[in-house]
Design a protein around this ligand. Structure first.
Ligand code: GLC
Length: 745
């Protein structure tokens, strides 16, 4: 109890301190930086310039790369985080190379460094950008103290297909939510005015990677320019406007062009339209993979294509190091192109202060890792990221009686960290079992039933007997961490192994069963719902998942998470997302398989866009999440019925807490553009805000929505708000509420 209380108090401290929410320094904003860039560039040989464009994965191998560093052939390294080794790498570069240019050290700090936060899909489920910014700031403090000054995060890939394993790494299906989270993470990583705790953000994977056909990772995408501009590009633009210093190209080919060779997105959009003057790095060997794509003959060819398309740095193809010099000499690549790439690299290194501070204090770094206030913030984030999907009243636990804890994720300190938690150490994880044993000494009996999420068992006699002797059963289920993330797409999204059988066996005992699912994606859990009395969904919650879940189960924390992705009834519905187009035959819930008589004559039954066997409604819609209390929304009212394009819409409504627990609701504003030069989504999230209310409290709220936020790229390719009629909802999820109407003239 003492530890949890201490962490709780520290959480308040962290949140009270906040994350110095000032805008991060913008790239290239300072003339002195540019003069330093030019002064250095003018001293560099062509070979030294090309060396800056080379990034190597140098984990553990200082000696192996020492000569290359001395020759100025290593502009950046990744996958080394030991501060002693990083200091040695920097010493070699700064003191033993001709120009002493420090190395830019990168790492996948995706949802925390040592202190692991919920996976990014869980961060999105908080709908709490301020808290997510705090977490990113903490990740930067821990990582930069050890010498890591560049993270390959945030991942901004819109994901509408849960078969795609990397849905775990992004902010889900919605462009607006993704954009809010993107800005929060960039500001958190890079901090206020750039200083030694700033870690350059890297927005990735540019662009459209999450639209991989069939949800199979690395697969081709076929996005039109309109889809790119209206759905996939806006989060990147928001992040770059917020000062993101770097960007990573994606593995996929879109409409036949691999992103690493796509001058349209890398030059016209990124540089010419958005004015980005940061650094563009490839994904791991994504330049070399353009040979596999059939987009280049060999490494020399793809190196030429990549650099001429706008790539500045090559991660692990060695195409630049091997071929750029001859390409320049042959005229296939202009030296001015090389100069621009090196300017972007030097600018980031200068802005990060690497020339002044290439080294770190190894001893001081130790005290930063897993600091109590970091753990407290991770716990708070894990609490806010959990989504209550069902509760027949068993939660919150009354705390009395015998508790059976079971399931493969009850005591799985590594699995709860989730995907891309390279530097999280499982020894620091507090599991749900440990937290519950601390919370309820002598009341908890642990019978795992399954040792890991894919285990198959014939019977559960031991667990069933234990359940019969308990007053309540807590089953922790879901996915091992390895089952989501890169290259880990799934064609079947049901709970794996015998987990559903375990729930059925527990249900048969007649005891109340609470399921907690930890996973890297929204699984198809419709068949499990009847076997549980309550269900809490926690996208791999990180180091402090245990205490967070214990607080939620006991009511010390009230669930407030909302689904950042649609939960399907069956994988056959994929892709299914809330902001879809109306179509000419919108589904209205009619005519399903069981309505069809035997031998029915041939008719076009249904006549709408749906599945005979599963309809077209999800199990849980985007933005959905229950609370221990209930929230009631008045019908919103608008200050006008007609607006100009430069107006702001004042949306007023009353939100009430009609239950007996204090709780936080994520009030969401959705808008539909009824008629456009293009068909428009049935609704789109345009604003959200977390509102905490005491039991019985009602609050009059007014949100302001700029009409300009309704702009989109229309038939003429221009981004603007089109005149006409609109509907607007204020609700607790994407599938509820009655709209109010307004028009734009
Ligand atoms: C991986 C991932 C990318 C990551 C990079 C470095 O293949 O696609 O997201 O940042 O390589 O680890």
């Amino acid at each position: 109890m003492k530890r949890t209380k201490y962490l709780f108090l520290s959480a308040i401290l962290v949140l009270a301190v906040g994350c110095s929410p000032k805008k991060a320094g913008t790239i290239g904003a300072d003339a002195s930086v540019e003069s330093r860039v030019e002064a250095l560039l003018s001293q560099m040989t062509l070979a030294e310039k090309i060396g800056q464009m080379n990034q190597v994965s140098a984990g553990g191998d200082v000696a192996g790369y020492a000569e290359a560093v001395r020759k100025g052939q290593v502009g950046s390294i990744l996958n080394e985080v030991d501060p002693v080794k990083l200091n040695e790498f920097q010493r070699l570069a700064v003191e033993e190379s001709r120009l002493g240019i420090p190395i830019l050290v990168g790492r996948d700090v995706i949802h925390g460094f040592h202190t692991v936060f919920p996976i990014p899909l869980g961060l999105a489920a908080t709908f709490d950008p301020a808290l997510v910014e705090c977490g990113a700031r903490i990740a930067a403090l821990e990582a930069t103290s050890q010498g890591v000054r560049w993270t390959f995060s945030p991942m901004l890939d819109i994901a509408r297909d849960p078969r795609w394993g990397r849905i775990a790494e992004g902010s889900g299906e919605d462009t607006y939510l993704d954009s809010r989270m993107a800005v929060a993470m960039v500001r958190g990583y890079q901090g206020t005015e750039l200083d030694s705790t700033s870690m350059a953000a890297c927005v990735k994977h540019f662009v459209g990677y999450g639209a991989a056909e069939g949800g199979r990772d690395y697969n081709s995408t076929f996005l039109t320019e309109r889809q790119l501009r209206n759905i996939y590009l806006p989060p990147f633009e928001a992040a770059i406007k917020a000062g993101a210093m770097t960007l990573m190209t994606s593995f996929n080919d879109n409409d036949g062009v691999p992103s690493t060779g796509n001058a349209f997105v890398l030059k016209q959009v990124l540089r010419d339209e958005w004015g980005f003057d940061g650094l563009v790095v490839t994904d791991w060997n994504s330049m070399g993979e353009m040979i596999n794509h059939g987009f280049g003959e060999d490494r020399k060819d793809v190196a030429e294509k990549a650099v001429n398309a706008g790539v500045d740095m090559d991660m692990m193809t060695f195409g630049f190091l091997s071929h750029l010099e001859e390409l320049v000499k042959s005229g296939a690549v202009k030296e001015s192109t090389i100069d621009n790439a090196v300017r972007n690299i030097l600018r980031v290194k200068i802005l990060l202060g690497l020339f002044e501070n290439p080294y770190v204090d190894v001893e001081a770094a130790k005290a930063v890792q897993y600091a109590p206030e970091h753990l407290a913030a991770a716990q708070k984030t894990a609490e806010e990221s959990a989504i209550l999907l069902k509760n027949d009243g068993i939660l919150p636990l009354r705390g009395k009686g015998r508790i059976l804890v079971t399931g493969p994720l009850a005591d799985a300190p590594y699995e709860q960290l989730g995907t891309w938690a390279f530097d999280g150490q499982k020894e620091h994880s507090v599991t749900p079992l440990k937290a519950l044993q601390e919370r309820f000494p002598g009341q908890v009996n642990f019978v795992p039933g399954l040792m890991y999420s894919r285990e198959k068992r014939q019977n559960f006699n031991d667990v069933v007997a234990a359940a019969r002797a308990a007053d309540v059963v807590l089953a922790f289920l879901g996915e091992e961490a390895i089952l989501s993330g890169e290259a880990h797409s799934l064609a079947d999204l049901n709970l794996m192994g015998s987990q559903s059988d375990l729930l059925a066996a527990l249900k048969a005992t007649g005891k109340p069963v609470v399921a907690v699912i930890m996973a890297g994606r929204p699984l198809t859990i419709e068949r499990d719902l009847p076997n549980v009395d309550a269900l809490l969904y926690s996208f791999h919650p990180g180091t402090m998942g245990g205490p967070a879940l214990a607080n939620l189960l006991t009511g010390e924390a009230n669930p407030s998470g909302k689904t950042p992705v649609t939960f399907l009834r069956t994988v056959g519905q994929a892709p299914l997302y809330y902001n879809h187009n109306m179509t000419g035959r919108p589904y209205n819930g009619e005519t399903l398989l069981e309505d069809i008589e035997e031998g029915a004559a041939q008719t076009s039954l249904g006549n709408t866009s749906y599945y005979l066997d599963y309809g077209a409604y999800p199990l849980f819609p985007f933005g959905f999440g229950l609370s221990y209390t209930t929230f009631a929304y008045s019908q919103p009212s608008l200050d006008k019925t007609e607006y100009g394009v430069n107006d702001k819409i004042k949306i007023s409504f009353t939100l009430s807490n009609a239950g007996k627990y204090k709780g936080t609701e994520v009030a969401q504003v959705y808008v539909r553009d009824l008629v456009g030069s293009l068909t428009r989504p049935v609704k789109e999230l345009k604003y959200f805000e977390r509102v905490e209310l005491n039991p019985g409290e009602s609050r009059d709220l007014t949100f302001e929505l700029p009409v300009s936020d309704l702009a989109f790229f229309g038939l003429d390719g221009e981004k603007k708000v089109e005149a006409g009629a609109f509907h607007l909802w204020v609700a607790g999820n994407s599938n509820t509420g009655e709209p109010v109407h307004f028009s734009v003239k």
